[in-house]
Design a protein. Structure first.
Length: 339
């Protein structure tokens, strides 16, 4: 069995074939797609976060709005770039959105990917401390965020407050119990996966990973997941962690599907350089359902993960993306034992 969600990159474009032409379009359609996905029986609605781009950026208003319109579906991110975040303010935003959603947030955070501008986090008022790298700063912000989510008092109360205080040190409010266990780290390497396990975070692994062995992407990703789980066990955490992978999967059911994706999904992995590091990019899948099923059986990382995030072409509109989701849930997932 798999927990299955969609992952939207949240693009908008004025291009001729785009159904999402403005920021308002992508925000409102993201809410509608989450509602439709819940009605179809999907388990999660996840969204990418990018700055300085025609994509979704500040996630918490969107997550809160989806939480108010739905009742069952998990709502998450993949991922929030912690280089850009004030971790204390983020605790308040996350707590508010999680309470509105009734405890359904699943927040993916990470060091982030290359952005549209040089050192964009500087414009947000952040800079690495002396001797730190960008990645170090992101981990520092993440560590503070996790500590604050525990809900322990840390701030000295004013002896003459405007309103009466509870006894002891004060914590950030509103506090959402259990959210600390629903934080995920997006790891591009085995080492960061091990670090995430030690910190007690769930693991998000996407379709990009640093090339550490030269093996096919899904093999390296499966090894990363096993490395993560071994590190989790060694850390002695009490709960069972969750692990997600993301994939582009398109069952070719009708002429529209063949028009959009009929030539895709047969390519292999791709290798390239990202942040001066050799990386491997996983293939997509697009084929008739029976052929898709056989191809997906061979994906070792999907087999290792408990959660699968389906990347959706959000600019094609809510109805078409709901069609893709329904096709996977009815024509592919049952034969693979995901449902």
């Amino acid at each position: 069995m798999k927990n299955i969600g969609f992952l939207s990159f949240g693009h908008w474009s004025a291009g001729a074939n785009s159904q999402v032409r403005s920021a308002a379009d992508v925000l409102l359609q993201s809410i509608e797609l989450a509602v439709a996905a819940e009605e179809l029986g999907l388990d999660g609605a996840y969204f990418r976060v990018h700055h300085y781009a025609r994509q979704l950026a500040s996630p918490f208003p969107l997550l809160a709005a989806i939480g108010a319109r739905t009742s069952k579906i998990e709502i998450g991110t993949g991922v929030i770039d912690m280089r850009y975040e004030n971790p204390l303010y983020m605790v308040e935003d996350a707590g508010s959105a999680d309470l509105i959603a009734g405890g359904r947030l699943q927040l993916g955070i990470s060091r982030g990917s290359p952005e549209q501008v040089i050192d964009g986090w500087q414009h947000f008022g952040y800079a690495p401390a002396e001797g730190e790298t960008q990645a170090d700063m992101a981990r520092r912000h993440a560590t503070v965020f996790l500590q604050m989510l525990e809900g322990k008092g840390f701030a000295q109360p004013n002896p003459q407050p405007m309103f009466p205080n509870p006894p002891g040190l004060l914590r950030l409010e509103p506090h959402s119990e259990g959210l600390r266990d629903r934080i995920w780290w997006g790891a591009a390497s085995d080492a960061t996966a091990e670090w995430a396990a030690g910190m007690g975070m769930n693991l998000q692994s996407s379709t990009l990973k640093f090339d550490e062995t030269g093996e096919p992407f899904h093999v390296q990703q499966a090894k990363q997941i096993r490395t993560y789980r071994a590190a989790w066990d060694a850390a002695g955490h009490a709960r069972t962690p969750r692990v997600s992978v993301s994939r582009s999967i398109f069952p070719l059911m009708d002429d529209r599907d063949r028009m959009y994706f009929g030539r895709g999904g047969t390519e292999g992995d791709q290798f390239g350089i990202i942040d001066q590091t050799r990386a491997v990019f996983g293939r997509g899948y697009a084929d008739a359902p029976d052929k898709l099923i056989e191809q997906l059986r061979q994906d070792e990382a999907i087999a290792e993960a408990d959660t699968l995030l389906l990347t959706v072409p959000n600019t094609l509109g809510v109805d078409y993306n709901a069609h893709i989701i329904e096709s996977i849930l009815t024509q592919v997932a049952p034969a693979l034992g995901w449902r």
